[in-house]
Each structure stands twice: as C-alpha cells, then as structure tokens.
Design a protein around this ligand. Structure first.
Ligand code: ZN
Ligand code: ZN
Length: 115
C-alpha cells in the first residue's frame, strides 16, 4: 500500500514531539515497513519544520537577552554575532549545535523538555 507522504505529514503536523519519539509500531510485513519508512520521513520533516519555527538571534554580549552565556552542547561561550537559538524551555544554544541535536531528538539537550 502506498501512503501519500503529505497526507501523513498533515496528520502528524499537530502531533507532539513525544508521540513521534515513541517507536511503538511493530514492523513485520512489507506494508508496515512502508508505513514506518513514511513515518520516519514525516518525522524528519516535522522536526525541520519545528526547528525553523524556533526563535534565534545574533549574540551580542553588550545587549544580553538572558543570563546564559554558554552553549551546553559544545561547552563554549557564545561569541559576538554567533546565531543563538532559544528553545521553548528558554534554554539557549548555538543554533549550529542544537539544530544537529534536534534533528535526531525533539527535546532540549539540557532539560529534555519537548520542543
Ligand atoms: Zn555550541
Ligand atoms: Zn531546556
């Protein structure tokens, strides 16, 4: 059976990150594998859509937006004009660090809050 990928994406659009992270689908038949493959595709796209929706800004130490000065992914300080991404839990990271993380896990790397 062929699933329309955009149909799956539409169905998953409002699903929570946690729902998508649960691998409760038993694969076995080729039909299930096709569904699983489609689901994986939709998850990746759903994540990149979520990542695009997150806010980011150019870091400037003279105009601090929060008291966070360190990226907990690479453990380096934010530098002038680096792109900092702020998650819903208000933790901040280098966008290049956290975007990589968010592509495989839709949670904050620090507190594990869902996006
Ligand atoms: Zn970093
Ligand atoms: Zn967090």
């Amino acid at each position: 059976m062929n699933y329309d990928r955009y149909e799956v994406l539409y169905l998953l659009r409002n699903a929570s990150a946690q729902t998508l992270d649960i691998d409760d689908y038993e694969s076995g038949s080729s039909e299930n594998n096709a569904f699983q493959e489609c689901l994986n595709w939709a998850r990746r796209h759903w994540r990149s859509l979520q990542i695009k929706k997150l806010s980011s800004y150019q870091y400037n130490p003279e105009i601090p937006r929060s008291n966070q000065t360190l990226c907990s992914v690479c453990l380096e300080n934010f530098e002038l004009n680096q792109t900092v991404r702020k998650l819903g839990c208000s933790h901040e990271f280098h966008s290049q660090c956290v975007d990589k993380w968010l592509k495989s896990k839709a949670t904050c790397p620090l507190c594990r809050a869902p996006l």
